[in-house]
Every structure is written in structure tokens, then in C-alpha cells.
Design a protein around this ligand. Structure first.
Ligand SMILES: [Zn+2]
Length: 102
């Protein structure tokens, strides 16, 4: 990750046509102004992460907890060998699911 220091009203350019301006700094909050071409989507990362989590949860390929039937998405722990086999541990209900390589 490239880390740059900027002050209020200073700008960072990404490529030729994306501008990120530091509009305001108050305490630990920074307000950014972003100028980009119409085709570039701009979102807060936590929103994108939530949408991706929901999509994974809705996928039929996502393993489900045998006890509570919720998808193994958040807080799952995979204990395995790296070849696709192992154990999924679901901390919400403390149940485990054996996973075999396909
Ligand atoms: Zn569960």
C-alpha cells in the first residue's frame, strides 16, 4: 500500500482522471472529495464488504452450519491442511462441520 501525507485542500491524482482531495480534517475524521469519470464506481469499503458477505451467504456453494443452518461466513475458523479438507468451527453455536476436498 502506498501511504501519502496530505494537508487540507491538497489533492492526490490516480491516473489522469481520478482526483482525491482532502476537504476537511476534524479530529480522527477526514472528509474526502472524489472526482472520477462516470464509469468508475465509488463506495465505502464496509458497504462493499457487506454486499459481498450477503452474496456469499446466499450462494448454494457456501457450507452451512449443521446445527443452526446459518452459512459459515462471519467468524468461521477453518482448521485444515490447505487442500480443501478440514473442519469449520462455528463460534456462534459452537458446532463443527467436516469439509472434504471436492
Ligand atoms: Zn451454527
Amino acid at each position: 500500500m502506498l501511504v501519502l501525507s496530505r494537508q487540507r485542500d491538497e489533492v492526490i491524482m490516480i491516473g489522469d482522471d481520478i482526483e482525491i482531495a482532502v476537504c476537511d480534517i476534524r479530529g480522527d475524521k477526514v472528509r474526502l472529495g472524489i472526482t472520477a469519470p462516470k464509469g468508475i464506481s465509488i463506495h465505502r469499503k464496509e458497504i462493499i464488504d457487506a454486499i459481498r458477505r450477503e452474496n456469499r451467504a446466499a450462494s448454494p456453494d457456501t457450507p452451512r452450519c449443521p446445527a443452526c443452518h446459518k452459512p459459515f461466513i462471519d467468524g468461521e475458523t477453518r482448521i485444515g491442511t490447505g487442500d480443501g479438507t478440514g473442519t469449520l468451527y462455528h463460534p456462534e453455536c459452537a458446532s463443527k462441520l467436516e469439509v472434504k476436498a471436492s
